[in-house]
Ligand binder design. Structure first.
Ligand code: NAD
Length: 372
């Protein structure tokens, strides 16, 4: 099958959907790869490296003109105009973007959004949310450390002692766990909060302290269990008690990393303006929920601002700041997903709707919107 790999055009997007490693493997399966010139440059992959792996270099029309197109981000309106009807598209297409999906449906594409894969053991190797959030959690700590005007580890020197930085992590999914591990490696003292009770053990196993907010009613307990591993909105009674506990920790924190998300909803507000006012001057908040509205109302998406003496980082695409590794992991996720729908030497995809992963990722086909 002819497979196209266009250069991403979304602002700030540096990743690419295939690497020489995955090109080579697809080529060995009897497929031909058509990579747009310069597609990998911002992820440190040259056109020569793609050619050495067996790809042909082409222009945008050549890449989008293939019957299967591998993307990182959903195509823009301009990109969509280059994609013929019936093309199969695989990418992070944002399953919650109704208008975007309608556009792909109207263009009569067969579109797979990899973010919609279930969080099951079988889907782990193609879990783009995890592969990208893991790197984002790392990068958030790196940025926090860079903006912070002190150091992370405790130092005992002849000139006196420097205290270890206090880091508070709010939301301990994949990104939060990596943020804890990264901050720990740098020598910080860490406390973390999440709504899901299963997280406590994971937090403690990484050497951090869990901010315990006990569940007092059956309703709170049930909401905290979430659905499909994801969080659900918590009752206001629990959120109020969480706020009191979080406020105490945030006031003492040097760095706060927030990652709290509820799929398909605006991010919950966990750090209020009053909490920011109570923070020490020079403290840093890295708000990883910035693209979903932020866990702090003072965050400005895409910008770093200083408010009440606190630096707020609202970076909206952290994986793109580690583009080489993010592309390598993403491309492997795509390759693993392809194993479910593309057979050796096949000229077309084989879509098995009995497969729960394929079914969950398929957003539209033959002009029909399938996302429920
Ligand atoms: P996410 O990005 O959707 O959310 C980040 C975290 O924010 C979650 O831990 C969530 O519980 C938390 N959160 C939401 N509201 C909050 C609040 N008010 N206060 C504090 N925290 C709040 O999460 P994710 O990283 O995508 O992980 C989602 C789930 O998927 C987790 O249960 C994770 O363990 C699971 N997972 C499973 C697999 C697998 O089995 N294959 C792979 C990866 C992740």
């Amino acid at each position: 099958m002819r497979i196209g790999v266009p250069r991403e055009t979304a602002a700030g997007e540096t990743r690419v959907a295939a690497t020489p490693e995955t090109v080579k493997k697809l080529k060995a399966q009897g497929h031909s790869l058509h990579v747009q010139a310069g597609a990998g440059l911002s992820a440190s992959v040259t056109d020569e490296a793609y050619v050495a792996a067996g790809a042909e270099i082409t222009d945008a029309a050549g890449a989008f003109g293939c019957p299967l197109v591998l993307k990182v981000r959903a195509p823009s309106v301009a990109e969509r105009a280059l994609i013929p009807a019936s093309t199969a598209l695989i990418g992070m297409l944002n399953p919650f973007d109704k208008d975007g999906l309608q556009g792909l449906t109207d263009a009569k594409l067969t579109a797979f959004a990899l973010e919609a894969a279930p969080r099951t053991t079988r889907a782990q190797s193609m879990d783009v949310l995890s592969s990208q959030a893991n790197l984002a959690g790392y990068k958030a700590v790196m940025i926090g450390a860079d903006r912070y005007q002190r150091i992370f580890p405790m130092l005992m020197t002849a000139a006196g002692t420097v205290k270890a930085a206090r880091v508070v992590i709010l939301g301990v999914g994949v990104a939060g766990l990596q943020a804890i591990a990264t901050a720990k490696r740098l020598g910080a003292v860490i406390e973390a909060s999440d709504v899901r009770p299963s997280v406590k053990e994971q937090v403690e196993s990484l050497g951090a302290k869990f901010i315990d907010v006990p569940y007092e009613t059956a309703e709170e307990k049930e909401a905290a269990e979430g659905v499909g591993g994801y969080a659900r909105p918590m009752p206001p009674s629990w959120l109020e008690r969480q706020k009191v506990e979080v406020a105490k920790r945030v006031a003492q924190a040097d760095i706060v990393i927030t990652t709290a998300l509820i799929p398909g909803r605006p991010a919950p507000v966990l750090v209020t303006e009053d909490m920011v006012k109570a923070m020490k001057p020079g403290s840093v908040i890295v708000d990883m929920a910035a693209p979903q509205g932020g866990n702090c109302p003072l965050t400005e998406a895409g910008r770093t601002v200083v408010k009440h003496g606190v630096t707020l980082v609202g970076e909206t695409n952290l994986p793109a700041l580690v583009a080489a590794d993010a592309s390598a992991l993403y491309a492997r996720n795509v390759l693993d997903f392809l194993k479910l729908v593309l057979e050796k030497d096949a000229a077309a995809l084989k879509i098995d709707l009995e497969d729960d992963i394929v079914k969950a990722c398929l957003m539209c086909r033959d002009g029909q919107l399938l996302r429920t």
